[in-house]
Design a binder for this molecule. Structure first.
Ligand SMILES: Nc1ncnc2c1ncn2[C@@H]1O[C@H](COP(=O)(O)OP(=O)(O)OP(=O)(O)O)[C@@H](O)[C@H]1O
Length: 361
C-alpha cells in the first residue's frame, strides 16, 4: 500500500539560479525503510523538509495516507501530517532528562497515556532505567535512541531521519546501523532517511532513491541499483566499477575484452556505441591460459584488508581495469590472465556515449 506519494515537486530557493528540487517524484510503500541517497547539495534535505512540511514547494503534489498534504491549493501543517522527525544532530533538549525529552511531544495525551507510550518506547530502544539521565551523560548511539523514542512515542505513521549516522564514529557505525534497522522493523513504521553514504543504504534500506541535481535518477532495492544501474553516474556512485566500451559490428557487440556472445539489445544499430559496467569483484585472476582467459599486465596492487585491489592493463588494447582478489591469493607482478563472465557485464541503458568516468591513464 502506498503511504506517501510525491509528484513533480519543484523548489528553487529565492535568489538561487538552480532548482534544489526538479520534478521530484517518488512512491513509498507502508512499512518500507527508504534511503534517499546522493552527494552533497543534490537536494536530499530539501526533499525531506518538504515532505515534513517545514519547507514549501513551488510546484507539485504531495499525498500522505491518501490525503493531500500539499498542492497548488492546499498545505497541511507539519503537526497534522502524522510524521515523526529525527534531526541530524538529534536536537535533544539538553536541560531535560531522557524521560522529559521523550514525553515532550505527548503533552496532548493524558498523564497515564503519556507514561504508557513513553515507557513502551524506552523499553523498545533499550533505555529502560535511563529516565533521569541528561543527554550529555549518554553516548552518541544512546542519544540517537532517545531521539528515536521521542519521535516514535506519538506513534507516527512515517518517520523521517536526516543523516542518522553522521554523528556516530566509524567503528560503531556498523553495529548501530544493525541495531537501528532491527528497532525500526520492530516498530513497523515507514521510514525515509537521508544519507550520502551508500553503506548506510546497503545496511538499512529496503528501497533506495538515488538523487542528483534535484532529480531522482533511480529507485529500487539497493541490490538492484548496485547490479543494474541505469547509467554511468549511478554505476560509479554505487561502488567502484570498470567501464567497458562496446560497438555493434556486423550484428555482434565488440569490446576491448573481445567480441561478446550475448544478443545485442533490441534497437541497437550498426556501429552504435554502448557502455558496460563491470564490478571489480566480478573479475577473477587465473594463471592458466585457455580459450576464456584474457592476458593482462599487472600494474599495481594494494592490500585493502578484505581483498587486494589490483590494477591491470589489457595486453591487446591497453585498457585499464580494476579488480579484487582474495587477500590470500598471490598476484604476480607480470603478465597473467583474468577471466570474466559475460553475465557480469551490465549494459548501461542510459549512458552517454562519451565523457563517462574511467580509470585515469
Ligand atoms: N535555505 C536555502 N537557501 C538557498 N539555497 C539553499 C537553501 N537550502 C539549500 N539550498 C541549496 O539547495 C541545494 C540543495 O541543498 P540540500 O541541503 O537540499 O542538499 P543536500 O543533498 O541535503 O546536501 P548535504 O548532503 O550537503 O546536506 C544546494 O545547492 C543548496 O546550496
Amino acid at each position: 500500500m502506498t503511504i506517501l506519494s510525491a509528484r513533480h515537486i519543484s523548489k528553487t530557493y529565492p535568489g538561487s539560479r538552480f532548482p534544489a528540487l526538479s520534478q521530484f517524484s517518488l512512491d513509498i510503500q507502508a512499512g518500507e525503510i527508504v534511503g534517499l541517497l546522493g552527494e552533497s547539495g543534490c537536494g536530499k534535505t530539501t526533499a525531506l523538509r518538504i515532505l515534513a512540511g517545514f519547507e514549501t514547494a513551488d510546484h507539485g503534489t504531495l499525498t500522505i495516507q491518501n490525503k493531500i498534504a500539499f498542492n497548488n491549493k492546499q498545505f497541511t501543517d507539519p503537526t497534522q501530517r502524522d510524521i515523526g522527525i529525527i534531526f541530524q544532530d538529534y536536537a535533544l533538549f539538553p536541560h531535560l532528562t531522557v524521560w522529559k525529552n521523550i514525553t515532550f511531544g505527548l503533552n496532548k495525551k493524558s498523564g497515564k497515556n503519556q507514561r504508557k507510550l513513553a515507557s513502551e518506547m524506552m523499553d523498545l530502544v533499550g533505555l529502560a532505567g535511563y529516565d533521569n539521565r541528561y543527554p550529555h551523560q549518554l553516548s552518541g548511539g544512546q542519544q540517537q535512541r532517545v531521539a528515536l523514542a521521542r519521535a516514535m512515542a506519538p506513534r507516527p505513521k512515517i518517520l523521517l531521519m536526516d543523516e542518522p549516522f553522521s554523528n556516530i564514529d566509524t567503528v560503531k557505525k556498523n553495529q548501530i546501523r544493525q541495531e537501528l534497522h532491527s528497532l525500526l522493523k520492530k516498530t513497523g513504521s515507514t521510514v525515509i532517511f537521508v544519507t550520502h553514504d551508500t553503506r548506510d543504504v546497503m545496511a538499512m534500506a529496503d528501497q533506495v532513491i538515488v538523487m542528483k541535481e534535484g532529480q531522482v535518477l533511480q529507485q529500487g532495492t539497493p541490490q538492484a541499483v548496485f547490479k543494474s544501474p541505469r547509467n554511468a553516474y549511478l554505476a560509479g556512485f554505487f561502488g567502484n566499477t570498470n567501464f567497458i566500451e562496446g560497438r555493434m559490428v556486423n550484428g555482434q557487440i565488440r569490446t576491448d575484452l573481445g567480441p561478446l556472445a550475448m544478443d545485442a539489445p533490441v534497437g541497437l544499430t550498426e556501429d552504435q556505441p554502448v557502455l558496460f559496467s563491470l564490478r571489480p569483484g566480478d573479475i577473477s585472476l587465473t594463471n592458466e591460459k585457455d580459450g576464456q582467459s584474457i592476458p593482462v599486465q599487472i600494474e599495481r596492487q594494494r592490500f585493502m584488508g578484505e581483498f587486494t585491489e589490483v590494477e591491470c592493463r589489457l595486453v591487446a588494447s591497453g585498457t585499464r581495469l580494476l579488480f579484487h582478489v582474495p587477500p590470500n591469493q598471490p598476484v604476480p607482478n607480470k603478465t597473467t590472465y583474468i577471466q570474466i563472465s559475460e553475465k557480469d557485464l551490465h549494459l548501461l541503458p542510459e549512458s552517454p556515449t562519451h565523457g563517462h568516468p574511467r580509470l585515469k591513464d
